[in-house]
Structure formats: structure tokens, C-alpha cells
Design a binder for this molecule. Structure first.
Ligand SMILES: [Zn+2]
Length: 263
């Protein structure tokens, strides 16, 4: 016989509403419309990692690496390989979305959900090949800040050009084998370049942040394979990018809750 299912939180919630004062019930209903996960545990940043099922840009392998690296900082990563996880109801559970995949298609509704999520004040963290995703959708390219154009490869170290920016705090330049991405269709609106890949006279924007609506975007071109994903400098860069992307108020609440729990 199957074990009885654990009661879903929403059904418990309905029961308590019936015995509460009407004003309290209204307040609880309003709270249920907010991000309950964040409200319940401000000391955890919740990130949706959208990957894919391909061995090229092997998100199935790299997601566990970054999940383990960020767990001690109370950054929880939930993994999905399905673009349909980009819907309003699901996104409401997260502080930020990280994208590392080669998806070509996104529906108008899914793109609206992602852009709406960011513009309402949440974070978006496209990594490496994410700048080649959904390439036929100019609104997505604008959100990222540019589109992948071409690459060669090699061992190199991208240069930090904005050391004072919060994302760069405590970071050192790191060296790894990676693809030498070149981008096109740049959207400099609200964009600040943090790192460049310098080769001869070429200074290719490599890592940047941008703002859109009330939200924030962090992008880095690094991350072709495990040679970069295993680099502590890269993991630290993603960590700082995520924390910055969720916005000042949210990251402050996260830090304060963590400090309290460590006392
Ligand atoms: Zn690649």
C-alpha cells in the first residue's frame, strides 16, 4: 500500500484561514502571493539553474560543482533542463535564474516571464553559451547585453577593469583554458564592463553587469568546460555575480540573516 502523501503546505494554509480572524486571513493571503520561500528563510538565496541535457556544455556535470561550491554560502541551487521552468509561478520561488545551455527556442510567454521576473527586481545570470541561446529573440539578446558571435580557444586570463565594483570584491584574475568568445549586437544600455579579454589591440568585453527595470543581470563569457568550472576564481565570480544580481535589499537581508545564525 502506498504511504499516505504528506499534506501540501497550501492545504494546511487553507485550514488555518478558516479559523483565523478575517484580517489575519487577508494578510496571510497577501503573503502567499509573495515569495514565501524567501520570506521563510531570508538567509538562503534561491537560484534556478537552467541547463540542458547535452554533453557539450555539460550542465549536468557542472551544476553539482557550483552547487557544492556555493552551499557553504547559503546559496541554494535548483536544477532544471526544461525551458518551461521559465513560468511566472515557478520563477516566483527564486531570487535569480542562472542560464548555461544551448536552447534555441523559447515561447513568447516564457520570454515574457523571464523578462518580467528581472524587471520586477530579480536576478539573471547568463553564463558563457547563454549568450548564444534564444538568438532569434532580440529582446533576449538585449537582456543578456550582447550575442555570441564566434570563438577560437586557448589558455588566457581575462583582465579586471572595474576592481571597485561589488562583484569584483575579493576577486583575482584567474587563468584557464576556455573559448575566446567574441560578441555582437551589444546592448550598452545600463551595462558596465567588469572584465575584458585583451589580445593585441582587441579588448573584448568579457564579464559585465547591467540593469533592466528594477532587476540586475550578470554575464561572463567564461565557462566552456570543467577546466573553468573547477577554477575557484570562476566559482567565486559566479557567487559574487549571483549575490549582486538579487539586488541590494535582498542581498542585505541574506547577509544579516546569515550573520545572525552564525552568532
Ligand atoms: Zn563553449
Amino acid at each position: 500500500m502506498a504511504a499516505p502523501k504528506r499534506a501540501a503546505r497550501c492545504s494546511n494554509f487553507g485550514m488555518s484561514q478558516r479559523i483565523l480572524h478575517p484580517i489575519a486571513a487577508v494578510l496571510l493571503t497577501l503573503l502567499s502571493l509573495l515569495n514565501l520561500d524567501a520570506a521563510e528563510n531570508p538567509g538562503k538565496l534561491k537560484v534556478l539553474f537552467l541547463g540542458h541535457d547535452s554533453k557539450h556544455h555539460n550542465s549536468n556535470e557542472y551544476c553539482p560543482l557550483i552547487t557544492a561550491a556555493l552551499a557553504p554560502d547559503d546559496i541554494d541551487i535548483e536544477y532544471s533542463t526544461k525551458v518551461d521552468s521559465l513560468n511566472e509561478q515557478n520563477l516566483a520561488r527564486f531570487d535569480a535564474v542562472m542560464l548555461y545551455a544551448n536552447h534555441g527556442l523559447i515561447s513568447e510567454e516564457q520570454l515574457n516571464a523571464l523578462i518580467g521576473f528581472v524587471e520586477a527586481g530579480k536576478g539573471f545570470v547568463p553564463v558563457h553559451c547563454a549568450s548564444a541561446c534564444f538568438g532569434r529573440f532580440p529582446r533576449f539578446v538585449s537582456l543578456v547585453g550582447a550575442r555570441f558571435k564566434s570563438h577560437k580557444s586557448g589558455v588566457f586570463r581575462a583582465s579586471i577593469i572595474a576592481p571597485q565594483h561589488p562583484v569584483m570584491k575579493g576577486l583575482a584574475e584567474f587563468e584557464s583554458w576556455d573559448e575566446t568568445y567574441v560578441h555582437g549586437d551589444h546592448n550598452s544600455d545600463g551595462r558596465t564592463i567588469l572584465m575584458e579579454r585583451v589580445e593585441g589591440d582587441t579588448r573584448e568585453p568579457w564579464t559585465w553587469v547591467r540593469t533592466q527595470g528594477k532587476g540586475r543581470v550578470f554575464y561572463t563569457a567564461s565557462g566552456h568546460d570543467d577546466r573553468t568550472w573547477k577554477e575557484q576564481g570562476f566559482q567565486r565570480l559566479l557567487r559574487n555575480g549571483i549575490v549582486w544580481s538579487v539586488g541590494e535589499a535582498r542581498s542585505k537581508a541574506w547577509e544579516e540573516a546569515r550573520n545572525k545564525s552564525q552568532k
